[in-house]
Design a protein around this ligand. Sequence first.
Ligand SMILES: O=c1[nH]cnc2c1ncn2[C@@H]1O[C@H](CO)[C@@H](O)[C@H]1O
Ligand SMILES: [Zn+2]
Length: 388
Amino acid sequence: MQKPKPGVPTPDQIRRAPKVLLHDHLDGGLRPGTVVDIARETGYDGLPETDPDKLGMWFRDAADSGSLERYLETFAHTCAVMQTRDALVRVAAECAEDLAADGVVYAEVRYAPEQHLEAGLTLEEVVEAVNAGFREGERRAKEDGNRIRVGALLTAMRHAARSQEIAELANHYRDSGVVGFDIAGAEAGYPPTRHLDAFDYLKRENNHFTIHAGEAFGLPSIWQALQWCGADRLGHGVRIIDDIEEGPGGEVSLGRLASYVRDKRVPLEMCPTSNLQTGAAASYAEHPIGLLRRLYFRVTVNTDNRLMSGTSMSREFEHLVDAFGYTLDDMQWFTVNAMKSAFIPFDERLAMINEVIKPGYAELKAEWLFEAGHRERPLASGSAAAEG
Ligand SMILES: O=c1[nH]cnc2c1ncn2[C@@H]1O[C@H](CO)[C@@H](O)[C@H]1O
Ligand SMILES: [Zn+2]
């Protein structure tokens, strides 16, 4: 086996490294076995497979469609089994547990309450069930020796007309588990400006929101999300690359919108595997995250839908480490970016950075220094991690 490059984390180190996740859909991250269980319990007979392994594979294959619209069709099955309080509590608890076991220390997990009303729950009951599940999952994670904090983002579906109501719901629960608002769903044909009332309302309430933009549709969507709607962060935002030109000698020039995004430190919630599936990027190596990271955009790494993408935070980082040779320093940079961009209060973000993230990476980097000290030919420079 090839000796790993100094500072380039091993899969085990990637898993142990503290990670921060800002873009993860609750209805896109169920355990396949749980989908099967709840379908059986609630009498949902629409599943394409009832063997958990086969079902997991079915989700991945079906989502590997090259189109966002087809990708989104798979959510009919997960939403179908998330219609009762018990199901929502279970799914949310397992979500927190799974993320914690993967080394995620802080997560903002989103879902659309309006998609969970089919069996008679009210919007409030949906939010309270999911909150109860997250608290239960945090508690179980702690028992297993993992620490995690999970905040909810309430999503409104961009093709629907309930965004004002969902924004009010997010505001109502802002001191009890809900940290912000989002809009999601098919992008083409549903510009974010359809939901201006909701965004204006949230701004007047000094609340926070992110918008899925620049995923299936290009710069106009990003421009509207920022300059008309006032988004605090961009879900995906990969198409910002269309406003960046790379010359033959590697010189780079940014258009007005790309400059604005970088200058204002607008956080980009990038989800590499999801982008490959929906056709927003061709390969990991060609994913815009490589260039955007080099240019110091406020880039973050995320999972989007762990079930549909067969992924986890660790796997996303493994792919990036393979494609770009990222080191622990890069991982820490992405993680601090994400923590800085979270919707919880500044002092709490700072405490996470100083008390959890930095010490966690320092410990992992010390493992490299320790190893380097045991090599026949010690590294010339002092810090192994700095070589990356
Ligand atoms: O990558 C995405 N782009 C746009 N919408 C998405 C994506 N992933 C999931 N959803 C949509 O968000 C809803 C609430 O979680 C999901 O039901 C799905 O329709
Ligand atoms: Zn998403």
